[in-house]
Design a binder for this molecule. Sequence first.
Ligand SMILES: Nc1ncnc2c1ncn2[C@@H]1O[C@H](COP(=O)(O)OP(=O)(O)OP(=O)(O)O)[C@@H](O)[C@H]1O
Length: 259
Amino acid sequence: MEAKRINPNIDRSEKVITIRGLKKAFDDFEVLRGVDLDLYKGENLVVLGRSGTGKSVLIKIISGLLQADEGTVNVLGKEVSGLKPREMDALRLKIGFSFQNSALYDSMTVRENLEFPLERHAKHMTVAEREDTIQYVLEAVGLLQAINQMPSELSGGQRKRIGIARTLILKPDIMLYDEPTAGLDPITCIEINSLINEVQEKFNTSSIIITHDLTCARAVGDRIVMLLDGQFQREGTFDEVFESNDERVQSFYNYNFID
Ligand SMILES: Nc1ncnc2c1ncn2[C@@H]1O[C@H](COP(=O)(O)OP(=O)(O)OP(=O)(O)O)[C@@H](O)[C@H]1O
């Protein structure tokens, strides 16, 4: 299994996300207990953690779908908690959210699925510009030939690619991938991992990749953070994170079947 070649274009002088002291509880259950996080421009940051540790809650707070209880969350220079709904909508357009289930509309063709966000958010585009943009993102995910197909005619991996293309179509600055390889076979996982790295290079995005798949983490992460007991307890390259003797880190590693 190959480790990621760290992207030389990461700009460590520019942070696109800065989080300090983030707390979030549901009733008495404290999910996030003081999370600090920086995402640098051009970086692929992997957030690792076992099921239920609050990874999805974290990205929902970043994208304004959930409110923090305490702490500061700054995205592209804006403090999320202080934004009016209209400002939040504008910020959200700069954040591409790739959902676990790809979230495609089953009754629409691939082209229509991709046209949909353009019709809503890129009204200034001509029909020809839209078509060019659709073809460009489909080509980028290697599925131009599927343009007239229905999502039901595609494999899980292909649907995932189209979901990523639809997220890219509005040219987001930040990509949030929630479990990009969940439910895919090992070969398709490798293809999706490569696609995440290609997107980083071609679209110059900064990304957070949420996963508990260590093969994915190693293949795509310039930097890895591990969420344990509501806080990031380990941070570094893949090897640095797993150098730890911490039993929780080791058991996480041992339960993932990797070479
Ligand atoms: N809207 C909500 N209301 C109440 N509890 C919630 C809500 N959203 C998340 N939780 C709880 O917060 C905890 C963390 O959930 P989260 O979905 O972030 O986990 P996760 O780390 O993404 O897990 P997985 O890897 O299984 O997706 C869980 O115990 C979950 O039940």
